[in-house]
Ligand binder design. Structure first.
Ligand code: G6P
Length: 482
């Protein structure tokens, strides 16, 4: 039994068959992994889904890490829940990604998948209910598991339940396209938590806005904004249950500066940096690092770079755009098509402007953190232009490891913009011309100014590192119920 539990779709470890035919464990990084390391693994448990065949085999053979429980959910149910609902519906809603003349379509197929999403959430709620000590704190993560708080509350009213959303939250206007019974299930699923966390107050307020003045078959809800208190929330009355309050707060995740700097100065990063320098020569660099993700706006970033080379031809042969865009969610056709378009557009730009000894864009499709860290250190300019993003940690990581200072071109749609706005060059992510001009301003920024801004950006970026981010939420949950 555990006193602190974390639940997320993707866990801290995954299994794949190595060349020798044996199952290899691959440990992931990221904020949650270092966050949970603040708590002793004797008392904590991470519940996650088995994502592929390797994971499923590990579960069946009883292979696992201490403190991690993987759920072997039926592959079809999992695919419907993860690809069919979480990534195709909820992710699209939160990031405003729909091409509305054609999508979304809420039909019988959607309802079938929603049934799987429900079953997948229930599998998590049941596992958590079975593993949690009396009064344990449970921190549920993200849009994959939005129904878990409500389900878990019913099974175990003694628990302290938190839910953290790593994405933006959909506006009430946009949410209206979803059938009301589904909205009802989603919002009341979340309201089963004692506390809901978001990366910014903006997303938190949008969530409260979606719950406010609700009067539906589950109950009634109202947003509350007490003056002088560090929290906001939703007061609710649920038919047959009674009344309660769910607190809603912002916990803007930051990066661990010391850890990141030491990772960025390992010998293999120095070697990768030397290789990049040899490729780039004396030219300036514009760096971006993303999953090939629709919301990251990689295509408009490339269009802006093309416009920069057109409108400011003085940069031809004097700059290289290093774009790391590693494949993501390739089970979805829209992501496969997007990945192909990124590569095609980069090739077009290279064909249009490239010369025998200058390749204007270098796209890397490897998920290679060592190379990314080297690119971070080298960057003169960082381009982070998502259409919407819960936070975007790349915008926080680059200033922390930059060798000589780096100008940050940052979308106003990124959660990170709230904290970094003063020292970043703000762009409307849809405005390609504005982005091209911001790249030009960034490239011409005097080095001392760049270095000063980078120093301030790095200080802000490290204000709430993962361990403190995690413990703060844990403390808030414990303090609320005691
Ligand atoms: C976002 C989500 C995470 C997710 C990650 C990678 O950051 O908030 O929950 O794990 O993307 O996406 P994937 O689908 O590969 O897990």
């Amino acid at each position: 039994m555990a006193s602190v539990l974390v639940a997320s779709n993707r866990g801290p470890v995954s299994y794949a068959r190595g060349e020798d035919g044996e199952l290899d464990a691959r440990r992931g990084g990221g904020g949650l992994v270092s966050g949970l390391s603040a708590v002793s693994s004797r008392d904590s448990l991470w519940v996650c889904a088995a994502l592929g065949e390797g994971d499923r085999e590990a579960v069946r053979r009883g292979i696992g890490e201490p403190g991690v429980r993987m759920l072997d959910i039926e592959p079809e149910v999992y695919a419907d829940a993860y690809n069919g609902i979480a990534n195709s519906v909820l992710w699209f809603l939160h990031h405003h990604l729909y091409d509305t003349p054609r999508e979304p379509v809420f039909d019988a197929e959607f309802r079938r998948r929603w049934g799987s999403y429900r079953a997948y959430n229930r599998a998590f709620a049941e596992a958590l209910a079975a593993e949690a000590d009396d009064g344990a704190a449970v921190l549920v993560q993200d849009y994959h598991l939005a129904l878990v708080p409500g389900m878990l509350r019913e099974l175990r009213p003694d628990l302290r339940i938190g839910h953290f959303t790593h994405t933006p939250w959909v506006s009430s206007e946009y949410l209206r396209m979803v059938p009301d019974d589904i909205v009802e299930e989603l919002l009341w699923g979340m309201l089963g938590a004692d506390e809901l966390g978001f990366h910014t107050w903006g997303w938190a307020s949008t969530f409260i806005g979606c719950c406010s003045q609700r009067d539906d078959s589950t109950g009634t809800a109202q947003g509350v904004w007490p003056s002088g208190d560090p929290w906001r929330g939703v007061e609710w009355r649920r038919h047959g249950v009674g009344k309660g309050r769910t607190r809603v707060r912002a916990y803007p995740l930051g990066v661990d500066g010391d850890e990141l700097r030491s990772l960025a100065h390992r010998p293999e990063v120095d070697e990768a940096l030397a290789r990049l320098r040899a490729e780039v020569g004396e030219r300036r660099t514009i760096v971006r690092v993303d999953r090939t993700e629709l919301s990251k706006n990689i295509l408009r970033g490339l269009l802006a770079y093309r416009e920069l080379l057109t409108v400011h031809p003085e940069w031809r042969d004097r700059v290289v755009h290093l774009a790391s865009a590693y494949p993501s969610r390739q089970d979805l056709e829209s992501y496969r098509a997007y990945t192909a378009s990124v590569t095609e557009l980069a090739a077009e730009i290279n064909a249009e402007f490239g010369t025998a000894d200058w390749q204007p864009v270098i796209v890397s499709v490897e998920d290679d953190f060592t190379r990314s860290l080297a690119a971070y250190r080298l960057a003169d300019v960082a381009l982070v232009n998502p259409v919407r993003d819960g936070m975007n940690l790349v915008a926080k990581e680059i200033p922390v490891v930059s060798d000589a200072g780096c100008a940050l071109v940052l979308s106003t749609g990124a959660g990170a913009y709230n904290e970094l706005r003063e020292d970043a060059l703000a762009v409307n992510p849809f405005d390609v011309s504005e982005t091209a001009e911001a790249l030009h301003t960034a490239l011409t920024m005097p080095r001392p100014e760049r270095a000063d801004r980078t120093k301030r950006l790095a200080a802000t970026a490290t204000a709430l590192p993962p361990q403190r981010w995690f413990l703060k939420q844990l403390d808030a949950l414990r303090e609320q119920k005691s």
